[in-house]
Write a protein that binds this ligand. Structure first.
Ligand SMILES: CC(C)(COP(=O)(O)OP(=O)(O)OC[C@H]1O[C@@H](n2cnc3c(N)ncnc32)[C@H](O)[C@@H]1OP(=O)(O)O)[C@@H](O)C(=O)NCCC(=O)NCCS
Length: 275
């Protein structure tokens, strides 16, 4: 099994999309700045605004380099490229990005697919690989924030197993993507805990001595409170005083019995673990 690494990356691979063509999916690097600028040159203003929240008018080489040349322990950017007949990469059509939160317990993900290549499964494919990378990086979950009207992105996330949290007073939908593997019917059972849990105490037989001790303790408790409570019953009728003192002391004795059993369970558990 691969151990999590905060800088885990992905070897290039071919992915076949809905148009029946093969594309190359791989992490972006410094050499991709020109291809990114080329992609941005023909992206619609709505797509850029939907992805970045504002319009990027000029994709300068410095800006393009910043977007592709990322610090691998904090960020990873994947791209999908079309291929020429000779197998060389042609154009960049889609990007998906993970940006780690400062505490490295989660990462934000975001996507952009060129307007001319929509509904081919590019975003869904990127999401699948970003989830894989998130797991390899040891992240328990990913998150995203998507505008309520961005139905396309919301559908990609919900079909990719994300949880969508709508709130009445916000235009932004919070997306939560747990990365723990769902439990499979054929998974090996988890190893038995080295310390038995209290919910499965060591089986013990019936002990008459213990029962008698418990009954004596409860009877003593009952008697003590029966006499104490009599002076607190607001009545002068001796029958009423006895009746209410008996009922109240009886209830308290029941609770005492339960507390006694719980205390004995904890002691038994602690003793078993000391052995
Ligand atoms: C949202 C976006 C990334 C989707 O990319 P995509 O590659 O077209 O998505 P996919 O092909 O993987 O779509 C998968 C499913 O999502 C749903 N979907 C995708 N786009 C949709 C749209 N515009 N309207 C409704 N559903 C849509 C569909 O159910 C689709 O499956 P189907 O084609 O079998 O019906 C793309 O439209 C985009 O780049 N938008 C602009 C940038 C943006 O909004 N980024 C999000 C910021 S976080």
């Amino acid at each position: 099994m691969k151990l999590p690494s905060p800088a885990a990356t992905l070897p290039p691979r071919l992915v076949r999309l809905r148009d029946g063509r093969d594309y190359r999916l791989r992490p972006l690097h410094r050499g991709d700045a020109a291809r990114l600028a080329e992609m941005f040159a023909t992206l619609s203003a709505e797509s850029i605004r939907a992805r970045y929240g504002y319009l990027i008018h000029d994709m300068t080489p410095e800006r393009a380099t910043r977007l592709v040349d990322v610090e691998p322990t904090h960020e990873i950017a994947l791209g999908i490229f079309s291929l020429r007949a000779d197998g060389r990469e042609d154009r960049l059509w889609a990007m998906g990005r993970l940006v780690h939160a400062p505490d490295h317990r989660t990462a934000e993900c975001a996507f952009i697919v060129h307007d001319s290549q929509r509904r081919l499964g590019m975003a869904s494919c990127l999401l699948r690989y970003l989830r894989l990378l998130g797991r390899r990086r040891g992240l328990p979950r990913l998150f995203a924030q998507v505008r309520r009207e961005n139905k396309g992105m919301l559908n990609v996330f919900s079909q990719g197993g994300a949880r969508l949290h709508f709130s009445a007073d916000s235009d932004v939908v919070e997306i939560d993507i747990p990365l723990w593997r769902a439990k499979n019917l054929f998974d090996n059972p988890p190893p038995a805990p080295s310390i038995p849990r209290m919910s499965m105490p060591v089986k013990k037989g019936f002990s008459l001595v213990e029962l008698v001790i418990d009954l004596v303790l409860v009877a003593g408790f009952f008697t003590f409170f029966y006499y104490v409570l009599q002076s607190h019953v607001p009545s002068n009728d001796p029958t009423m005083v006895r009746l209410w003192a008996t009922l109240a002391a009886g209830c308290m004795s029941g609770v005492f019995w339960l507390a006694l059993q719980m205390m004995k369970t904890v002691f038994r558990f602690q003793r078993a673990n000391r052995k």
